[in-house]
Structures are given as structure tokens and as C-alpha cells.
Design a protein around this ligand. Structure first.
Ligand SMILES: Nc1ncnc2c1ncn2[C@@H]1O[C@H](COP(=O)(O)OP(=O)(O)OP(=O)(O)O)[C@@H](O)[C@H]1O
Length: 312
């Protein structure tokens, strides 16, 4: 972690819409240079959290501080210049060119227009900058959205479903850009339903369910909280497992499977690598998806349908 400064602080934050609770006593601290993944199924409270941080809505109770200030205050104008926001399903004025869209948003944000060309270049749109947005593909619009969010070199970037519509290469490019921004000290909040591939780019994940905090921590923290096993798959002929492991073994189409508590992973590995006849050994640690399913299931008892719902 580059610094201990808190860029965002939420204390006991509650948000109710016409009496319906969207967020329930959420505590959250985000440090400078941190990339936080905000996850949860539909209606979990992710957009509400983002809107509170942006100052677009006020909390029903509790305290929201962004760069140490209340983001809803009218004097928070300077604070807003430090923020970049890419909303879900971004849409622009179709008749304007990509460059004109960026210049328009630069004026709205009160920042210089001189970096618009370079921003288009950074998101791979330099060739298309003079074309009208109506000719852009979904992925190109999304990249234009990212360029818009990066206007004015924000210190805090909030991205709601940023990789929707991006192909795998563009998604990788996007995450590389996030890494660069992080290296420059930018703090990033990333909301996504697309969990595979995200985990190596986030420092910490926060999982919300029906407005409640279900889990929070680094992937390693979450692995220990969830206490899900490490899974070994072994292939080979005539494998004679030590007694301590044989009792845990099952057999499937991939060979012999062993589910081992994370705390016993290293000792199991040491015993397995020396096995006679071993041809292949794979290890699977609980992924972000596994952890997400676990925490949602623990909360609702119905994780699979919640995730299917989230994917829609
Ligand atoms: N303006 C509003 N008026 C009434 N209820 C609202 C309003 N905005 C959000 N809600 C409710 O608050 C809850 C949280 O919504 P929110 O949009 O924060 O969820 P989300 O996690 O972003 O969901 P999604 O993944 O579908 O975008 C939901 O029950 C939603 O219906």
C-alpha cells in the first residue's frame, strides 16, 4: 500500500429510499492508491455506494467523507474535479465525434481540453477521434467512457461495470491502464459482475448483499475467512497416497481429487510431489468467484440463483 491516507471514509452509512433500505450501516475506508473491487448481485447497494461517494445523493444517516470532505456540500466543487466516473451503460451524443464528446465533458468538468487527444490515444481511439460516436461499436463507446472518466487526471476513479462490451484484449488493456493509474497514486473503485480475471488487479474486495456488508478484505483474507479448501488434482498410475490424505481423496474425470484445508496446503503439497507414479499435479485455490458464491450463499442460502440473477 503506497500510503495510509484515507481517500474515502464511510461511517455507519445508511441509505433508505422511501423507507426501503438500500444500504445498511456500511463502514468503509479506502486508502490512497488502493484498487477496491465492489461486488454484489443486483440491488445489493453498489450503485448507491458509488452515488454517495460522488455526492449525487446524501446518506439517510452516518457520515461520508471523500478527501476528508462531505461530497454533497456545494463547496465540494474542487473535490469533484478530483473524481472520475464511468457509469454503467454509458451513452453519449451520437452526432458528436469522440473528440468533441471529450472536449464537451472537459468543459463541463472545468478542466483543460488539451489532453483530450492524448486520452483518446491512451484508450486506443486516436484513429476514430474524428468519427461521430454513432459509428462506434459498443467497446469503442466504453473506451470513450473511460477516456471521459480520466479527464483532469482524477485522484479517485469510480468505474461501474467498466469492461462490459470490451473484448478480451481490450479488457486486458483496460486493467493494465488501471495498474498504471494505481502506480501514479490514483485510487480506484471498480464495480463488476464479471468476476473472472478481476482478482489479480484488485487489492481488496467488498461484497455486498441486500445493502449489508457480507465480506471485505484481500483475496487471501477472504480465503481465510471463507475457510474453503485448496483442491489438488492428481494424475498418474498406481498412486499410493499417504494415509492422512487417502481418506480425503475422491475420484473424478480429472483423476484423483483432494480437498485440503488451506492451512494444510503446503504440507499436503510436500507429501504429494514425491509420490511414485505421479504424472501431473494441479492445485486450485478458491477464486474470487468461489468466494463470492460462498459469501452470497452463506447470506441468502441461495447463492447460485443470486449469481445467475446478477449475470443477467
Ligand atoms: N432512486 C431509487 N428509488 C427507490 N429505490 C431505489 C432507488 N435507487 C436504488 N433503489 C433500490 O436500492 C437498492 C440498491 O440499489 P443499487 O442500485 O444500489 O444496487 P446495485 O448493487 O447497484 O444493483 P445493480 O447491480 O442492479 O446495478 C435496490 O433495492 C434498488 O431497488
Amino acid at each position: 500500500m503506497s500510503s495510509a491516507i484515507n481517500i474515502v471514509e464511510l461511517q455507519q452509512v445508511e441509505k433508505k429510499y422511501q423507507g426501503v433500505s438500500a444500504l445498511n450501516k456500511l463502514n468503509l475506508e479506502i486508502r490512497e492508491g488502493e484498487v477496491l473491487g465492489l461486488f454484489g448481485h443486483n440491488g445489493a447497494g453498489k450503485t448507491t455506494t458509488i452515488k454517495l461517494i460522488l455526492g449525487l445523493i446524501g446518506a439517510t444517516s452516518g457520515q461520508v467523507k471523500v478527501f476528508g470532505e462531505d461530497p454533497t456540500q456545494s463547496e465540494a466543487r474542487n473535490l469533484r474535479r478530483k473524481l472520475g466516473f464511468l457509469q454503467e451503460n454509458v451513452s453519449f451524443y451520437d452526432q458528436l465525434t469522440g473528440l468533441e464528446v471529450l472536449q464537451y465533458f472537459a468543459r463541463l468538468k472545468g478542466v483543460s481540453k488539451k489532453n483530450c487527444l492524448s486520452l483518446l490515444d491512451q484508450v486506443g481511439l486516436s484513429q476514430a477521434g474524428k468519427r461521430r460516436v454513432k459509428t462506434y461499436s459498443k467497446g469503442m463507446r466504453q473506451r470513450l467512457g473511460l477516456a471521459q472518466a480520466l479527464l483532469g487526471e482524477p485522484k479517485l476513479l469510480l468505474l461501474d461495470e467498466p469492461t462490459v462490451g470490451l473484448d478480451p484484449i481490450a479488457t486486458q488493456d483496460f486493467y493494465r491502464r488501471i495498474e498504471q493509474l494505481k502506480e501514479q497514486g490514483c485510487t480506484v473503485i471498480l464495480c463488476s459482475h464479471v468476476l473472472p480475471g478481476v482478482e489479480k488487479y484488485i487489492d481488496r474486495a467488498l461484497i455486498l448483499g441486500q445493502g449489508n456488508l457480507l465480506a471485505e478484505g484481500s483475496i487471501n483474507d477472504l480465503r481465510h475467512q471463507a475457510d474453503l479448501p485448496a483442491t489438488f488434482h492428481l494424475q498418474g498410475s498406481g498412486l499410493a497416497l499417504p494415509d492422512s490424505l487417502a481418506a480425503k481423496a475422491t475420484h473424478d474425470e480429472l483423476g484423483t481429487r483432494l480437498d485440503v484445508p488451506l492451512t494444510e496446503k503446503m504440507s499436503a503439497m510436500q507429501q504429494l510431489v514425491g509420490l511414485q507414479g505421479l504424472e501431473n499435479l494441479d492445485i486450485h485455490l478458491p477464486s474470487l468467484e468461489d468466494l463470492y458464491t460462498h459469501f452470497i450463499e452463506s447470506h441468502t442460502g441461495n447463492g447460485v440463483s443470486a449469481i445467475q440473477e446478477a449475470a443477467q
